[in-house]
Write a protein of this length. Structure first.
Length: 350
């Protein structure tokens, strides 16, 4: 069996994609992974337009190798003042505990892919553009394809994989339930449909003709080797990079990752959509999945002052500590070193 299909599609030497991780990385991590032969990725969902241009400019200056960018494709919910007020009331005791004032309307939220973002992206024409929560409108998708960029989409079920293929995707990221960060689910909000990578990957491989990339719980060489043998063209790795030198992972988050046992759960309390993170105080207190949380991405607004204040005290009580179920692969080394090590060690598993 040969393992070269990733080169044909992605143009990279190694079958390793660095997962785009908004909030814990910038262009530095992307550059390091791409220069090492993997596919570095830049998460753009939290970036304003000018910040995105600056990060893309840094990548262009830092590497001549292929890299990817990632966007969310959610629809912004209508304002729900009653629900937002109930959410702030639930959080009020925490504000009183720290002597903070409740915030007003939420600001600085995640923005979906837009024509304005495409205007900037067209200046750079990245090799890979990936999307979470489905795909953008047909005109926007066709615009991205017109630059010869390859388009990747995230599927958490077979139905989602088939939908992505029918809508013109170049490759599918099969995201198992072990993955850290936001679930890419978009055809359902039923968490019982979310299954592990080793169960999801073969089902998607059987259901579609386009190439498939495996994601979720892959943090070491044996995991990479396993999914390649099953038929994936590459593995997407996220959590293992969280302690790398180039990651912007905060001090409290890093400390949580270094625990002897890292307990994670799916939660909607930090953003309004299910995402996997390390269990902390807020998740314990209000429940990991709370009906009170406003729709994505509005839940984050009221939490922002609490998070900032707690983090200034070295506490992670209100921070989204995104992490997959397998944190054993985290290493406090450079991202390039980690990428090359994972690839070299994976050889023995082929």
């Amino acid at each position: 069996m040969t393992f070269t299909r990733h080169r044909d599609l992605l143009g990279v030497e190694l079958p390793i994609l660095q997962a785009p991780m908004a909030g814990v990385q910038n262009s530095a991590l992307c550059i390091a992974v791409s220069n090492a032969g993997g596919l570095g990725s830049l998460p753009c969902g939290l970036l304003g337009l000018e910040a995105m241009r600056a990060e893309l400019s840094a990548i262009r200056a830092g590497t001549g190798k292929p890299y990817g960018v990632n966007f969310f494709c959610h629809s912004m919910p209508a304002a729900d003042e009653v629900r937002e007020a109930a959410w702030r009331a639930l959080l009020l005791p925490y504000f009183e505990e720290f002597g903070l004032e409740l915030p007003g309307a939420a600001t600085g939220l995640r923005a979906p892919f837009s024509s304005q973002a495409a205007d900037i992206l067209e200046e750079f024409k990245p090799a890979i553009v990936s999307f979470h929560f489905g795909l953008p409108s047909a005109p926007l998708l066709n615009r991205v394809k017109s630059w010869s960029s390859k388009v990747l989409g995230c599927a958490t079920t077979v139905d989602e994989a088939r939908w992505l293929e029918a809508n013109g995707i170049d490759a599918i990221i099969a995201q198992g339930s072990e993955a850290g960060g936001h679930r890419g689910m978009f055809l359902t909000d039923d968490l019982s449909t979310q299954i592990g990578t080793m169960a999801l990957l073969p089902q998607i491989l059987d259901a579609v003709r386009v190439p498939v990339i495996a994601a979720g719980g892959i943090a070491n060489a044996s995991g990479i080797g396993a999914v390649l043998h099953m038929g994936a063209i590459a593995a997407q790795v996220g959590t293992a990079y969280l302690l790398c030198t180039e990651a912007t992972t905060g001090a409290a988050h890093r400390a949580a990752l270094k625990q002897s046992y890292v307990a994670t759960a799916l939660t909607n309390v930090f953003s309004g959509r299910p995402a996997r993170g390390i269990v902390n105080r807020l998740m314990h207190d209000v429940g990991a999945m709370s009906r009170a949380a406003p729709e994505f991405p509005l839940a984050a607004g009221a939490l922002a002052p609490l998070r900032a204040h707690a983090e200034s005290l070295g506490r992670d009580d209100f921070s989204p500590l995104w992490c997959g179920q397998n944190a054993a692969g985290c290493r406090e080394i450079g991202a390039a070193e980690l990428t090359r090590a994972l690839a070299a060690e994976a050889v023995q598993w082929r």
